[in-house]
Design a protein around this ligand. Structure first.
Ligand code: FNR
Length: 371
């Protein structure tokens, strides 16, 4: 169907399922085990209700904000997803180009199928990009990646901490990952990879399961980029990250692709703001320690719920993959435009002229277990 018939982010998924190769669909859509967490990611937003305010002047509404001090046209960033070329020959560049047009931030994955420099070179002057990092057993390789990223102007380092081993994504495991399949181009040092059990296994064998809290001081010694942990799943670890002086955490379960029955990011958000408030007197959103959430976000209303509960911004993954797999860069452009339109309307209907007006009392989150 023509792009004009796409009305929301869900629509991209049903179209992608029809047009994508079986292998790409298996890799993008799969999640761990019985995929309970993946479904819960979206379902958790259904337990949060709005308490809109009336008779506020909403002639003009503004949903722009800052992430780690950098301007963004909306409180959404494009999160890191590996292997863009499985879905479209231009791979991650589809995201870079649409992000430029809409003034949103792209997080570049370690396991991109375009080279890192290609993605940086594909950006417009001044366009802000972050890097997602999988930490290599060979720390020299990691150091090279991190320092090169800093030299090339990357503004934030998101270290993925929820994947000491990749989760069991059975749809993907049924596929053979062949030599001719688009793969990862960055140096990973993976040797003797097993290609018989899907894309995820084939590309991930270099990741260091020995990574631990003590390693964070080493990261601080090799880069000045703000450090953020991606994949925090309880308040105790968020508190540790704060105490270690990090710039923030992403409350995420990797799109349900790691441990099944982990909770949705927005559920964790409610407990993190509560406990860090109690333990350290922090208020959120907080400029010095920023909370991000990803997983299952498909509507601006989902984003606004997370903002009301204290998030600085929210990451979106699969919808953009499905968008470029079906329509290339125009699909991602359309997906971002849909979000803009949804923000405008929903801020009006909430009675919130800016994101600062989207406060905790605008939601009823009493059905979240930790609120
Ligand atoms: C991911 N995600 C991910 N995360 C990460 O830190 N490094 C990576 O290489 C990848 N790769 C990846 C591939 C694919 C196909 C998916 C779907 C996801 C996780 C991603 O950053 C994010 O946490 C989730 O995708 C968010 O959930 P939604 O928006 O996809 O529901």
């Amino acid at each position: 169907p023509p792009l004009s018939e796409i009305l929301n982010l869900h629509d991209f998924e049903s179209i992608a399922r029809q047009v994508m190769s079986e292998k790409a669909w298996a890799y993008y859509s799969s999640a761990a085990d019985d995929e309970i967490t993946m479904r819960e990611n979206h379902a958790a937003y259904h337990r949060i209700w709005f308490r809109p305010r009336i008779l506020r002047n909403v002639t003009k509404v503004d949903w722009s904000t800052k992430i780690l001090g950098h301007k963004t046209s909306m409180p959404v960033y494009i999160t890191a997803t590996a292997l863009g070329k499985l879905g479209h020959p231009d791979g991650e560049l589809n995201l870079t180009r649409a992000a430029a047009k809409h003034g949103v931030i792209q997080m570049i994955p370690t396991l991109a199928s375009c080279s890192f420099d290609e993605i940086i070179d594909g950006a417009q002057p001044g366009q802000v990009q972050f890097l997602q990092l999988y930490v290599n057993k060979d720390r020299e390789i990691t150091k090279k990646i991190v320092q090169h990223a800093e030299e090339r102007g990357i503004k934030g380092l998101f270290i993925t901490v929820d994947a000491p081993q990749l989760g069991r994504r059975e749809k993907d495991m049924k596929m053979k990952f062949e030599d001719e399949d688009p793969s990862v181009v960055s140096e990973t040092g993976s040797k003797g990879v097993d290609r018989s059990q899907g894309a995820a296994r084939a590309i991930s064998s270099f990741i260091d399961p020995g990574l631990c809290w003590d390693d964070l001081s080493w990261f601080k010694s090799i880069t000045k980029m703000p450090l953020i942990l991606k994949g925090v799943q309880c308040w105790e670890d968020a508190l540790e990250a704060y105490d270690q002086g990090l710039a923030g955490v992403v409350l995420s379960n990797h799109g349900g692709r790691q441990i099944d029955f982990s909770r949705s990011g927005v559920e964790v958000l409610a407990e993190v703001t509560k406990h860090l408030g109690e333990e350290r007197g922090l208020k959120f959103p907080n400029e010095k320690f920023q909370l991000f959430v990803d997983g299952g976000v498909r509507r601006a209303t989902d984003v606004l719920k997370a903002i009301a509960l204290g998030a600085t911004a929210v990451g979106v993954g699969r919808p953009f993959l499905y968008a470029f797999s079906s329509y290339g860069v125009d699909g991602v452009d359309k997906a971002l435009q849909i979000l803009h339109d949804e923000f405008e309307m929903n801020l009006r209907l909430l009675g919130a002229p800016t994101l600062k007006d989207v406060v905790p009392s605008m939601v009823d989150a009493s059905s979240l277990s930790n609120h």
